[in-house]
Design a protein around this ligand. Structure first.
Ligand SMILES: NC(=O)c1ccc[n+]([C@@H]2O[C@H](COP(=O)([O-])OP(=O)(O)OC[C@H]3O[C@@H](n4cnc5c(N)ncnc54)[C@H](O)[C@@H]3O)[C@@H](O)[C@H]2O)c1
Length: 441
């Protein structure tokens, strides 16, 4: 099938590539000419495991192309996916101007002679956006165009997007048209995954409700971690004990510095906002946000208490990306933490295996030194903070770390370092929701 993807970002590029991988002909459209040109030259705009190889294969096979020509894509493709940003406004509502803009462009290109078209919203949007998209198409296109609008929310996780797309838990398709539904099922037939067929509004709600629930789970275990610290219990053991209950599951019960990234913060805010507008407020999600903010504050407070004052203290931070296996630093808690430490006058060094460049851009104006090597990063540091759960941090040579540090103290904000190993290496070890560990003097 011929598919167009409008918006070649984390979602559009990976989705488009995986559609090509299963045999569709895909054109990825973006209005950023530099991005399209560099993709054509084989340069990756983002880091995502296995993506580059898959792009190369599918471009060579002629199934995947990149273009800025939206008109040609709409003419040539029966199914047009929209994967543009939906950032938050200051009041938490979702900025739908990208969606509206692209929809108007598509509408102005459509003609009755082109035949049937399905416009699919893959971006995360508040419930009833699809109905508005349909209205915009009606308003701005020629009389007699034959179009349906579908919601097909995306559940990929950055860092494992390719695997998530090729082997999804489920595919949600929301449509009020059987014809569009049948066509969409053909798109996804090669994926051999369960398809959840629902109406347009329910599909939109599924995405906001799913992300908000995951954020809720994270805030829940973080709130439990605070109790564990006071009670002398171990949050990892508590998470294991409750996570083995199938009704709960162990996923997303990792205590840490809180959730971040380009999705959870904005989707929780978006869901709170839309629910309020509909007159069915989701007060529970306000508490989820409050716990999330408090978690970072509590952590910084513990580091401050340890060092007495942060001004002029040398603090090394491992991790800038919002999670492992990505270069994405949007709404990264690690970035927030670094800014916070800089604001308090600490001398901060930071290291990330993939997010050095994006991190430097996000931290512009802050006097942080971004290092090329994780051990150089800890040189003369008085505290090392682990802010992102990269595997290589968990596997670090802790003796080397201790030798380089001025004071051997680790604050593990992701509970990934083996505490006993740290202590054996002569390092004082603090983590989330667990007892502090001290080496024998
Ligand atoms: N990133 C994720 O993990 C993820 C997961 C699921 C859903 N989503 C949702 O998917 C949507 C896209 O997210 P993303 O992370 O891929 O964003 P992104 O910022 O990485 O990519 C968006 C792309 O759209 C392009 N664009 C903007 N306006 C355009 C226009 N008028 N015409 C053509 N291209 C245009 C931008 O240049 C950019 O390349 C959002 O709604 C997001 O919430 C994201």
């Amino acid at each position: 099938m011929n598919l167009a993807i409008i918006g070649t970002g984390y979602v559009g590029l990976t989705t488009g590539t995986c559609f090509a991988e299963v045999g569709h002909n895909v054109v990825c459209i973006d209005n950023n000419e530099v991005k399209v040109e560099s993709l054509r030259q084989g340069k990756m705009p983002i880091y995502e495991p296995d993506l580059e190889e898959m792009i190369v294969t599918n471009v060579s096979a002629g199934r995947l192309t990149f273009s800025t020509d939206l008109a040609a894509a709409v003419r040539d493709c029966e199914i047009i996916f929209i994967a543009v940003p939906t950032p938050p406004h200051d009041d938490g509502s979702v900025d739908l101007s990208y969606i509206e803009g692209v929809t108007r462009e598509i509408a102005s290109i459509l003609t009755p002679e082109m035949g049937y078209r399905v416009v699919v919203d893959k971006s995360t949007v508040p419930v009833s956006t699809g109905a508005k998209v349909y209205k915009v198409i009606e308003r701005y296109s020629h009389r007699g165009v034959d179009v349906d609008v579908v919601s097909n929310p995306e559940f990929l996780r950055e860092g494992s997007a390719v695997a998530d797309l090729l082997h999804p838990d489920r595919i949600v398709i929301g449509s009020d048209s059987q014809r569009a539904m049948d066509l969409m099922k053909r798109v996804y037939q090669p994926f051999n995954a369960p398809i959840v067929e629902v109406d347009l509004a329910s599909a939109e709600l599924i995405k906001h409700a799913a992300n908000s629930f995951l954020a809720l789970k994270i805030s829940y275990i973080n709130a439990v971690s605070a109790v564990c610290e006071k009670a002398g219990a171990d949050v990892e053991l508590v998470a294991m004990g409750i996570g083995m209950d199938k009704r709960i599951s162990r996923h997303f019960l990792n205590a840490g510095l809180g959730y971040g990234g380009s999705c959870f913060p904005k989707d929780v805010k978006g869901f709170i906002n839309v629910a309020e507008q509909l007159g069915a407020p989701m007060e529970i999600l306000k508490e989820v946000e409050r716990v999330n903010e408090a978690q970072l504050e509590r952590f910084v407070g513990r580091v401050r208490k340890k060092l007495w004052v942060l001004r002029n203290k040398r603090i090394a931070v491992w991790g800038i990306a919002f999670k492992q296996n990505t270069d994405d630093v949007r709404e990264s808690v690690a970035v927030k933490l670094i800014k916070r430490l800089c604001d308090e006058g600490a001398i901060v060094t930071a290291y990330d295996p993939k997010a050095a460049e994006t991190g430097a851009a996000a931290l512009q104006g802050y006097s942080v030194t971004i290092c090329d090597d994780m051990y150089d990063c800890v040189q003369d540091a008085e505290v090392l903070i682990v802010a992102t759960e990269w595997k290589q941090f968990a596997m670090a040579n802790l003796v080397k770390v201790r030798e380089r540090m001025r004071l051997p103290i680790i604050f593990d904000g992701r509970n990934i370092i083996h505490g006993e190993n740290a202590v054996h290496a002569g390092i004082e070890y603090h983590s989330i929701g667990r007892k502090n560990l001290y080496p024998n003097k």
